[in-house]
Design a binder for this molecule. Structure first.
Ligand SMILES: [Fe+2]
Ligand SMILES: [Fe+2]
Length: 194
């Protein structure tokens, strides 16, 4: 399936705002991939499809969880937002014929990140935060850092997410902490080499 056909299909399964966000993330992924010399085509596809399961209904979500025998942890069970990346990977494979494991992983991990992310995973994770339509208080700072040091941008994004969750007394998934710690350790390693 070419990317234009993917766009048509995606537009039918997302609301207007989410579709425009997806196009924004695709464009941002392209820019980041060019900047960091990653595979531009893979980055564009992963960016376009990262939220492909975002607008499914609760009943459809349950159907897919059963179909793919996905076991959620207790925190994921409490947060719909943590599930769409996982399901997105399956939807991308089945509905959009994506077989590339790097693209599928980038979709799967985009919400929390994880320790040891690939460059493509980092690009999608950060593009999701900084695409032009995002206007949180700290978006500008993350945007600036994204093109200087992607690991520093990841720390700032994780900080922002954790701060948001703490302020609302919500659960923080351990993968978000893993992402933050791993990015900080990476920064330390880079600093000690330079
Ligand atoms: Fe998402
Ligand atoms: Fe997104």
């Amino acid at each position: 399936m070419n990317i234009e056909d993917m766009k048509i299909k995606l537009q039918q399964s997302l609301n207007e705002k989410r579709y425009l966000h997806s196009i924004g993330v695709m464009d941002e992924c392209e820019k980041l991939a060019l900047h960091y010399e990653a595979d531009v085509n893979k980055a564009r596809i992963a960016g376009l499809l990262h939220d492909c399961a975002k607008n499914i209904s609760q009943s459809e979500e349950n159907t897919l969880l059963n179909k793919y025998e996905i076991k959620l942890d207790d925190i994921q069970k409490q947060s719909h937002a943590l599930v769409h990346g996982i399901l997105g990977m399956y939807v991308a494979r089945e509905k959009y014929n994506i077989n590339d494991e790097e693209i599928l992983d980038a979709i799967y991990w985009h919400t929390t990140g994880r320790a040891g992310m690939t460059l493509l995973e980092k690009i999608v994770f950060i593009a999701d935060y900084i695409e032009p339509a995002r206007t949180f208080d700290d978006t500008e700072e993350i945007r600036k850092n994204a093109y200087e040091d992607i690991d520093r941008a990841i720390v700032l994004s994780a900080d922002s997410t954790i701060r948001y969750l703490l302020e609302r007394k919500k659960l923080v998934h351990p993968l978000t902490l893993d992402t933050r710690n791993d990015a900080i350790l990476t920064l330390y390693k880079k600093a000690s080499k330079s």
